[in-house]
Design a protein around this ligand. Structure first.
Ligand SMILES: C[S@@+](CC[C@H](N)C(=O)[O-])C[C@H]1O[C@@H](n2cnc3c(N)ncnc32)[C@H](O)[C@@H]1O
Length: 276
């Protein structure tokens, strides 16, 4: 009886591939091929192909066969799989760092979050998921080509550009228009230049977080945060993620890992309202 109920629930919760979905096909060696599902289109691979129509209506997680029999796993990509494979304008923040940023900046459902720059939109997708439909993300970007790329990436993953994403094509060093923000996340080279305007735009209790490739930049930001006088709980961390090889008796850390991506500096905006 319990088994039948679980089976029915699984059927009910099935997500079927539909036109416009981003698709990842994964082979036995773990190589991934990506495309957008389109009526009448074909996925070509080493002289074989799969017509998109054969995938439309199939459940996420299906094994498909190409015309000469090669079998591939077809999935809707997870957010981290998607951002690693999507076309890039600017360098993305890697999933291991996005995961930590979302918790260290305490991005919560309903929050008003400002980020800059949008780059390729990887972090933006994580922020949108964390704030949910009741929150909003405001994203400043100085380069129009990057903004367009990011918007395409976001629209493909979410099906459309969500109404709670506001993008501003603008140099953020010229000023921040918003006030009363809950959270701010910076991924640009000189965030110390934003400390004064961030202090004005963040609500007391709000959090500023900045992702930086070098520790000298983190140090300069930390000094500026101390000097401003409106920030507390100032800390810098980095994330090291090590995967493991597990096969029979061979159980050990993988030989290779991404040793360095960036440093994460965060701080809390405190009351009183004036700087210095
Ligand atoms: C490393 S990329 C951001 C990547 C993004 N976080 C992601 O995960 O895809 C840095 C971005 O900041 C933008 N940028 C640099 N200076 C800026 C400024 N003064 N105002 C707005 N955007 C700026 C760049 O054009 C670039 O797109």
């Amino acid at each position: 009886m319990i088994q039948t109920m679980a089976h029915n629930e699984a059927q009910h919760r099935m997500r079927l591939f539909q036109i416009g979905d981003p698709v990842h096909l994964i082979d036995l060696k773990g190589r991934t091929y990506t495309f957008e599902l389109k009526e009448g289109a074909r996925f070509q691979h080493s002289g074989e192909f799969l017509t998109h129509n054969d995938l439309i209506g199939q459940p996420d997680g299906t094994i498909v066969a190409l015309t000469r029999g090669t079998r591939l796993l077809a999935v809707l990509p997870t957010l981290s799989e998607y951002v690693l494979k999507m076309p890039r304008g600017a360098q993305i923040i890697y999933p291991k760092d996005i995961a930590v940023i979302l918790l260290w900046a305490d991005i919560y459902p309903g929050a008003a979050v400002l980020e800059t720059g949008i780059g390729s939109g990887a972090l933006t997708l994580g922020l949108l998921r964390a704030v949910g439909e009741t929150g909003r993300v405001i994203s400043y970007e100085i380069r129009e080509d990057f903004l367009q790329r990011a918007e395409k990436n976001i629209a493909l993953y979410l099906g459309k550009l969500p109404p709670n994403l506001l993008t501003r094509l603008k140099d953020i060093y010229e000023g921040i228009e918003e006030r009363g923000l809950d959270r701010m996340v910076f991924d640009l080279p000189e965030p110390w230049r934003l400390v004064g305007s961030a202090g004005d735009a963040l609500r007391p209790g709000g959090i500023l977080l900045s992702y930086l490739p070098t520790i000298l930049q983190s140090s300069q930001l930390t000094e500026a945060l101390h000097k401003d006088g409106r920030f507390s709980q100032i800390e810098t961390i980095e994330t090291l993620l090590r995967s493991w090889h597990i096969e029979g008796m061979s159980i050990r850390p993988d030989h290779r890992m991404v040793a360095h991506t960036g440093f994460i500096t965060s701080a809390r905006r405190i009351f009183p309202a004036s700087a210095g």
